[in-house]
Design a protein around this ligand. Sequence first.
Ligand SMILES: NC(=O)c1ccc[n+]([C@@H]2O[C@H](COP(=O)([O-])OP(=O)(O)OC[C@H]3O[C@@H](n4cnc5c(N)ncnc54)[C@H](O)[C@@H]3O)[C@@H](O)[C@H]2O)c1
Ligand SMILES: CC(C)[C@@H](O)CC[C@@H](C)[C@H]1CC[C@H]2[C@@H]3[C@H](O)C=C4C[C@@H](O)CC[C@]4(C)[C@H]3CC[C@]12C
Length: 369
Amino acid sequence: MAGSAQVPTLVYLVTGGCGFLGEHIVRMLLEREPRLRELRVFDLHLSSWLEELKTGPVQVTAIQGDVTQAHEVAAAVAGSHVVIHTAGLVDVFGKASPETIHKVNVLGTQNVIEACMRTGTQFLVYTSSMEVVGPNVKGHPFYRGDEDTPYEAVHRHPYPCSKALAERLVLEANGRKVSGGLPLVTCALRPTGIYGEGHQVMRDFYNQGLRFGGRLFRAIPASVEHGRVYVGNVAWMHVLVARELEQRAALMGGQVYFCYDKSPYKSYEDFNMEFLGPCGLRLIGTHPLLPYWLLVLLATLNALLQWLLRPLVLYTPLLNPYTLAMANTTFTVSTNKAQRHFGYKPLFSWEESKARTIHWVQALEASAR
Ligand SMILES: NC(=O)c1ccc[n+]([C@@H]2O[C@H](COP(=O)([O-])OP(=O)(O)OC[C@H]3O[C@@H](n4cnc5c(N)ncnc54)[C@H](O)[C@@H]3O)[C@@H](O)[C@H]2O)c1
Ligand SMILES: CC(C)[C@@H](O)CC[C@@H](C)[C@H]1CC[C@H]2[C@@H]3[C@H](O)C=C4C[C@@H](O)CC[C@]4(C)[C@H]3CC[C@]12C
């Protein structure tokens, strides 16, 4: 692949390039990958902001397509040097059926792998997830763990199951021969809960707070820590891995890397308040306002209501049995594998990540007025 640092020669493909993370990866590549000649952005739903990117020196090719359609994926992959596969159905709220989640996240990933094999693309970076590891169905905490920490990764929910299967397909494909006889080099990145500009769940929390007069009500003990990572640092890790994968194929090929930065370990709700607080919202209660059994009952009622209403309307509240269990289980990572293997260091400090996210929420506030 070795593109010249001076002459832009490389073609990258980003699947899911119009999503929350995908957009940051696309913009980061255009800013920080000097070898880029063409950037292909493949997504089911193309965004209007892509048009503004077409005026720069890099050819930006918007491709409307579906990763579940092998021929569409193959056409997009053909001729690319690197594929960053971040397209996926990120659904823990019951918006999509288990079958659809599996089809997009697993079959879609299989299509990307096969397209690389058939067309001779050698380098594949997959956006996996912390959920490939946990929290597991038993609610075991994962406290400051790393890529080698033993943990019983047992899942039942369609989303983590699909991510785990897709990641396994990607890692098992490492070393297989692509068209032309060279080896496919793959690796998987496992972000913890990503936050930052464009994060839909943060937007949902903000809107929920507005509906309750600027108040959010604590449901989870402050002691339950969740690892979070700023979207800009996740995007940077993708760019760096894509750049280093060729030179360090023997070390990085077939590996997984947690995405991490200096974001503090806090409960999910307390962490969100780092951004929502400066925008006028208050988290009521130093302890959960309701007993856990009542939260479980309410979450179960939400799931029942979702099932009953499904023929009429899609009811997808934040609180359901799975999200409650996730929120209520400590999951934090402490690792430096990415730094050791390919020199990753967070591009954005915690202070910068926080300021950028607050600025974005304030823009939401302005548009909500
Ligand atoms: N958001 C997080 O906290 C988080 C954490 C860890 C990992 N991830 C992973 O990061 C990736 C991106 O997540 P996100 O939060 O940006 O989600 P997102 O929903 O904002 O982006 C996903 C993108 O994929 C596209 N897509 C969905 N189905 C498609 C299909 N069939 N064909 C083509 N494109 C399709 C969507 O249109 C969207 O633009 C996912 O693979 C997700 O599992 C997300
Ligand atoms: C209603 C309360 C109980 C409230 O605290 C629920 C919060 C809940 C919506 C979130 C708690 C943990 C989140 C998940 C976590 O950050 C990691 C994820 C992995 C990633 O691949 C996709 C997103 C997510 C599943 C993320 C989704 C929201 C939470 C469940």
